[in-house]
Design a protein around this ligand. Sequence first.
Ligand SMILES: NC(=O)C1=CN([C@@H]2O[C@H](COP(=O)(O)OP(=O)(O)OC[C@H]3O[C@@H](n4cnc5c(N)ncnc54)[C@H](OP(=O)(O)O)[C@@H]3O)[C@@H](O)[C@H]2O)C=CC1
Ligand SMILES: O=C1O[C@H](COP(=O)(O)O)[C@@H](O)[C@H](O)[C@H]1O
Length: 510
Amino acid sequence: MKKIEDQILVIFGASGDLTARKLIPALFNLYRAKQLPKNFVVLGASRSDMSDEEFRDKVLLKSSYLNGNGAEIDEKLLHDFSQRFFYEDLGGTYDTEYSKLRKRVESLKKSFNTSGNIIYYLSTPPTLYETVARRLSESGMNTQNNGWKRLIVEKPFGYSLETAKKLNQGLQKYFTEPQIYRIDHYLGKETVQNLLVTRFSNSIFEPLWNRNYIKHVEITNAESVGVEKRGGYYDKSGALRDMFQNHLLQIVSLVVMEPPIGNHPEEIRNEKVKALKSLRIMRDEQTLFDNTIRAQYVASEVKGEEVKGYRQEDGVDPSSTTETFAAIKFYVDNWRWHGVPFYVRTAKRMPTKVTEIVIHFKTPHHQIFMDSGVNSKDNKLIVRIQPDEGILVKFGVKVPGQGFKVERANLDFYYSSLSETYVMDAYERLLLDAMQGDATLYARADEVEAAWEFVDPILDYWKNGKDVRMYGYAAGVWGPENADDLIDDNGFWRNPGENLADDPGYCVIC
Ligand SMILES: NC(=O)C1=CN([C@@H]2O[C@H](COP(=O)(O)OP(=O)(O)OC[C@H]3O[C@@H](n4cnc5c(N)ncnc54)[C@H](OP(=O)(O)O)[C@@H]3O)[C@@H](O)[C@H]2O)C=CC1
Ligand SMILES: O=C1O[C@H](COP(=O)(O)O)[C@@H](O)[C@H](O)[C@H]1O
């Protein structure tokens, strides 16, 4: 493992939800696992007026998020950890002189001997990202002559291609691209990274990983929760911006990409950009009508409880046309994937929380055994990203007895079987990588822009197109009934269960 140098982490927006729910628990777990450098401090900054003690008390010591991984909390350890946290308020808009902040950083650097290496973490509303970068630059806090400086940027990276480009250009005025780390927490998930290993460290999958053997690729991201307390944010975003443009297209890029020449961050990211650029952009209305479906959840009873419809959620416009379900069919225009449909869907208020990739292989060209049902004949490779993380291959075996009746059997691997190995949470992994200067699992500017190029026409069509439909689905079912219409050859979405081996069938509304 690369050595982690001493450093300061400055979190902008430190009084917010993300800091309390994700960043501090991740840091605490790294501290507990002795992964943080010896000389390491966190300086929180935001608009609230708080002392160091109040900050520690508010976001740290009383945090109910700290034992997310179920481990007992050692109070002494937590107290020692909290002594590394400090706070500085920046006023209402963050658009102020940072001389006070700079002095504080300098004094922490001296007291803790952190040698000038600094990560700035932007966890403010996105409208403030460029302001903070500019103010850091104006106060000379971005210069690297006395230690490196890195800037971690939270999503969303723009609202459209145009705004993403503007944001990238805005940040690149003050920090160089290698200094900028755009966080996509799906890339921090162990099983997402395992896609690279599955594909490129085995000789059994890659020869089949192309149009000659693969019939179609299906990716499902389902959440059982609704928009919770984030109605205001979500209503301006929707499923396509919130999940598809970033997390799901990142997964697509790992499925689609060519083998990189090595595992250097730029070699991997170059291939991901090529993959994203090869997605066929849908431009005409008929293509967009035929290949995209959007829907909203409506009020229903789920497991005996009344659940609000999307339009009744707090912060949501009662006549909102923001989608909570998006399903997109598309093609990849390159040699490997020509003619292979990709089906990708994401939604809130589904029957279960699950993310998985299903590679559907073609049926053998010549069938010599009788079988029961179309789907059961296909070989499938299922990569389960969450929960019950693992990989499962479905293949046909002979049912014992007379004749040649074929049934499906599973070859599987579960991460839970590695019980001795601690699997890091995505934010732990990504923070550690940034601390070490490894940007492999962070999105580069051109990746983000290539993803927006693909998504922009869909958003534009959904907003301005002539015959655009908005379907409804009852909270707690697998989306609108017509979602299956997207799939070729009268096919169906695979509606997965909570466990990888569950095979609950294929119908949308069951
Ligand atoms: N929360 C999450 O699960 C996720 C969040 N993100 C992104 O992370 C960033 C932070 O999110 P989150 O923590 O939820 O956001 P919050 O709304 O909880 O606020 C974050 C910080 O920004 C400050 N802030 C809020 N509004 C303003 C404003 N108008 N002017 C100045 N400061 C303001 C808050 O200060 P104060 O507390 O004083 O109001 C707080 O310190 C956002 O860009 C979000 O998109 C990304 C993925 C998931
Ligand atoms: O980025 C986001 O992700 C979460 C889902 O993340 P997961 O790790 O729990 O799968 C989603 O709920 C949220 O709307 C979105 O902004």
